[in-house]
Write a protein that binds this ligand. Structure first.
Ligand code: ATP
Ligand code: MG
Ligand code: MG
Ligand code: MG
Length: 470
């Protein structure tokens, strides 16, 4: 049966409720008391204090459906069938309560009995040394040995610096040959869209002291994560997450507004999917109180909005269109996320304002960039200078990666180091100017800290997140 995305969320949470889990709504996308993360990127992230024992959980079994943002996946968006910068992660957790046996049995029961996926299409993977998990899949669930994949640390061991860590077991779904890359050896673990990873079961059983010494934890934990959009993709047997009922409604709206038909031209499709994805992220981020700005989370939001706006331009949109799209996001997700409806007018206002700001400069910026391209062509150059990239950033509000993306389409790249240098020079000049004028008598340290926060904005999304790890 083709359950809808909203239905599947409920089915999952009800299932784990029946297994005695405490079910609660999603936490905010903004981490609480956690400087190691810019944005929540997994169901377990807001639960860290329960895993480490810093705080007592309301119950030793919990299940959530967590809003997640992974800007590290931005390059994949619109190109793979399975990645979004925004997605919902279903997760069941055990804080020193049940362990591998229950976790594996329940995930199997949910997928095959509750949702009704064909067992023959499902493939588990385990960490190569994890005989315990291998045996559960093989002897208890009854999956033949040749259908269980063993992977190394890279893929099947969850670890984040020092602290609790452990092997994981992932569940893949074979969507059939038509989604395969066709390369020889394409199987579970291949990067294409045929065998897609739907569920990750992490067994935190060790403590890493930071020097690579592992001791067994007294309280072993379970942390699982399954992308709701991916589950819906395989249950509904559709091409990609962008064809799932609720997301397709949004994609249709994008097509309506841009006047472009889906599946007509690959290039347009990528833009349509990028807009569809980014407006979901932006809508949810604003509903959690994030505002576009030049640092941290606000900068992530700004980049997503501007990138969506620019892809709208590519498809021929004139004027504002993002707020209209967010209406559809709110409509299809408000059942699971009432805050969307509550913050509706705020969401429209923020999107419209940011789009307006960018609108004012984007055309001029694009034509200046076109001139720069001509100049490079004339000089037979392939790289845009850092000063020029900085000018686009500073005067026309073009985030560096936007400039990079536009140029990449035409076979150019950008001198990133030069860009950073130009930025540094401007900061230095501003600092000196402040020193001599002592602006309004303000304490200089205020500006120093402003500078530091600004300096985090020029690295990629990935680095931005990494760098924020203290
Ligand atoms: P992938 O290898 O496909 O990028 P992952 O191994 O990075 O996924 P995990 O960190 O294991 O993902 O997260 C748990 C689950 O969350 C995944 O099994 C998948 O179902 C889902 N998921 C992860 N990243 C995304 C994304 N960008 N968009 C949608 N769902 C995702
Ligand atoms: Mg990933
Ligand atoms: Mg993976
Ligand atoms: Mg994974």
């Amino acid at each position: 049966k083709k359950y809808g995305l909203n239905e599947l969320r409920k089915m999952y949470l009800d299932f784990f409720k029946s297994k005695d889990h405490f079910v609660r709504g999603s936490y905010s996308l903004v981490p609480h008391n956690d400087n190691s993360l810019l944005l929540i990127n997994a169901g377990m992230a807001p639960l860290k204090p329960y895993f480490t024992g810093q705080e007592i959980p309301p119950k030793r079994r919990m299940a959530t459906c967590q809003k997640c943002i992974r800007t590290g996946d931005i390059e994949n968006i619109g190109k793979t069938a399975r990645h979004g910068t925004f997605f919902e992660m279903l997760g069941n957790f055990s804080f020193g309560d049940y362990f591998k046996t229950e976790a594996i049995h329940w995930s199997w029961e949910f997928l095959t009995e509750v949702v009704g996926l064909e067992p023959d299409r499902l493939y588990p993977s385990v960490y190569l040394d994890d005989d315990e998990a291998f045996d559960i899949w093989n002897k208890e669930i009854g999956i033949s040995k040749d259908r269980i994949f063993k992977f190394g640390k890279e893929d099947n061991f969850w670890e984040h610096g020092a602290g609790p860590c452990g092997p994981c077991s992932e569940i893949y779904y074979d969507r059939g040959e038509k989604y395969g890359c066709g390369k020889p050896g394409c199987t579970v673990g291949c990067d294409c869209d045929r065998f897609i990873e739907i569920w990750n079961n992490v067994f935190t059983q060790f403590e890493n002291d930071g020097k690579g010494n592992y001791t067994t934890l007294k309280n072993k934990n379970i942390d699982t994560g399954m992308g709701l959009e991916r589950l819906a993709t395989v249950v509904q047997d559709v091409d990609s997450i962008f064809d799932v009922d609720t997301i397709k409604a949004l994609r249709d709206k994008v097509c309506e507004i841009t006047g472009k038909e889906y599946k007509k031209e690959y290039k347009w499709d990528v833009s349509i999917r990028i807009i569809t994805d980014h407006i979901r992220s932006a809508t949810f981020m604003i509903s959690d109180g994030i505002m576009p700005s030049n640092e941290g989370r606000g900068y992530v939001l700004r980049r997503l909005i501007r990138r969506a706006a620019r892809h709208g331009r590519l498809l021929g949109v004139k004027g504002q269109f993002l707020a209209k799209l967010s209406e559809t996001v709110i409509e299809s997700s408000k059942d699971g996320y009432p805050e969307l409806e509550e913050k509706k007018s705020m969401i429209f206002k923020v999107l419209t304002e940011e789009e307006n700001k960018f609108d004012k400069t984007i055309d001029t910026g694009l034509s200046i960039l076109a001139d720069m391209e001509e100049e490079m062509k004339a000089k037979n150059e392939k790289t845009l200078s850092g000063e020029n990239a900085f000018k686009l950033y500073d005067t026309y509000g073009f985030p560096l990666d936007l400039t990079q993306e536009i140029l990449e389409e035409k076979g150019f790249d950008v001198d990133e180091d030069g860009f950073k240098k130009a930025m540094e020079v401007q900061r230095e000049t501003a600092r000196k100017a402040r020193k001599t004028t002592n602006y309004m008598g303000a304490d200089e340290t205020v500006y120093e800290s402003l500078d530091t926060s600004l300096s985090t904005q020029f690295v990629g999304y990935d680095k931005l997140i990494e760098d924020s790890v203290i």
